[in-house]
Design a binder for this molecule. Structure first.
Ligand SMILES: NC(=O)c1ccc[n+]([C@@H]2O[C@H](COP(=O)([O-])OP(=O)(O)OC[C@H]3O[C@@H](n4cnc5c(N)ncnc54)[C@H](OP(=O)(O)O)[C@@H]3O)[C@@H](O)[C@H]2O)c1
Length: 314
């Protein structure tokens, strides 16, 4: 496992961070809790030392499982969670008001069985709450020692700039992979210019970049993959499949898994420190750290560049 020094701190985290959305048990097809627990344990036992979770993943369930798994080794784990989607009213409405963040933070600390969060991230921007009020509240919690670093996710470049006027931001969690590069144009330059750590999600294209789908998959209505990730739409399948064919070809030449090619490509992008990768079983968790990073040639990079740019325009 490769470890990466984060900007502005002494912390080193694994190049792969474990993602826990699917582990929450809702919104991701059939769920097997025993396997979910084994996935977290296998990740930690095999060198992953960073976990990303959120209250909204299974209405607190993912945080509870993570809390159990890190018991006795809390100090060895860089723990990231999020705030600002109302799980208590079950509306999942965005709420980054200071009072809701306080409720959310106390809930996370309890479920995770810890008295501090390493990285506390606004999950989505909340247009109803002025950003400076949100950031002032987070700065207060940091001063109290309840959180160590402040990050944001899914913010636009202008929201990021506005937040940066109030408080230095530690990190951005954008959707970023070979299948989704829209953050490259406006967002990443702001992050790089401000010394922020970029720790992206959806890096395996929700499984697509492992090459597991030979045909365009269909998910049930409640399954997040049916609405959250645009590359699952049948109209993009041709471009997606062409890209995956190339990823598989490069992987075969290097004797690694397609996922290792996709994740290594991403880890080499400017600002990217660690890639968040979801796993639903011990096997997936261990497969996803093998051969990271794989060195890609100039030819590989050129092919991936060309085909990833064409996914939505072919
Ligand atoms: N900030 C945000 O708004 C936001 C949004 C989304 C995600 N996230 C975070 O980022 C994490 C990662 O994103 P993600 O889980 O959506 O997508 P992802 O990491 O690209 O894909 C993870 C999924 O791919 C499949 N998979 C993983 N390893 C595999 C392997 N070796 N072989 C075959 N299939 C494999 C699994 O689903 P199946 O087994 O069902 O195929 C797994 O749940 C989340 O868990 C969460 O922590 C944050």
């Amino acid at each position: 496992m490769e470890y990466v020094r984060l900007n502005n701190v002494e912390d080193e985290i694994s190049a792969v961070t474990l993602g826990t959305w699917a582990i929450g048990g809702s919104h991701w097809g059939q769920y097997d809790e025993a396997n979910a627990i084994l996935a977290i344990e296998a990740a930690l036992d095999n060198g992953i030392n960073a976990i990303d979770t959120a209250p909204v993943y299974g209405d607190g369930h993912a945080e509870e499982l993570v809390g159990k798994a890190i018991r006795g080794r809390r100090d060895k784990v860089f723990l990231a969670t999020k705030c600002g989607l109302n799980i208590y009213a079950r509306t999942y409405e965005r709420d980054l008001s200071p009072s809701y963040i306080e409720t959310d933070l106390n809930g996370s600390l309890k479920r995770l069985g810890t008295d501090y969060i390493d990285l506390y991230q606004c999950h989505w921007p909340d247009p109803k709450t002025p950003i400076e009020e949100t950031m002032a509240a987070l700065a207060r919690f940091r001063q109290q020692g309840k959180i160590r670093h402040i990050g944001v996710s899914n913010f636009s470049a202008s929201e990021l700039r506005e937040a940066l006027r109030t408080v230095p931001l530690f990190s951005l969690q954008p959707h970023y992979s070979l299948l989704e590069r829209s953050c490259e144009k406006d967002l990443l330059p702001v992050c790089v210019g401000n010394g922020m750590n970029v720790i992206p999600y959806g890096c395996l294209g929700a499984g697509m970049l492992t090459g597991k789908y030979k045909e365009c998959p269909k998910f049930t209505k409640g399954d997040a993959r049916s609405f959250f990730y645009r590359f699952f739409k049948p109209k993009y399948w041709l471009g997606v499949r062409r890209l995956i064919d190339a990823v598989e070809e490069i992987a075969m030449q290097r004797n690694v898994r397609p996922g290792a090619v996709a994740l290594s490509w991403l880890l080499a992008r400017p600002g990217v420190k660690s890639v968040i990768v979801g796993a639903r079983s011990a096997l997936q968790a261990t497969e996803n750290i093998a051969d990271i990073p794989t060195v890609l040639s100039e030819d590989d990079l050129q092919i991936l560049e060309e085909l990833s740019r064409k996914v939505y325009n072919s």
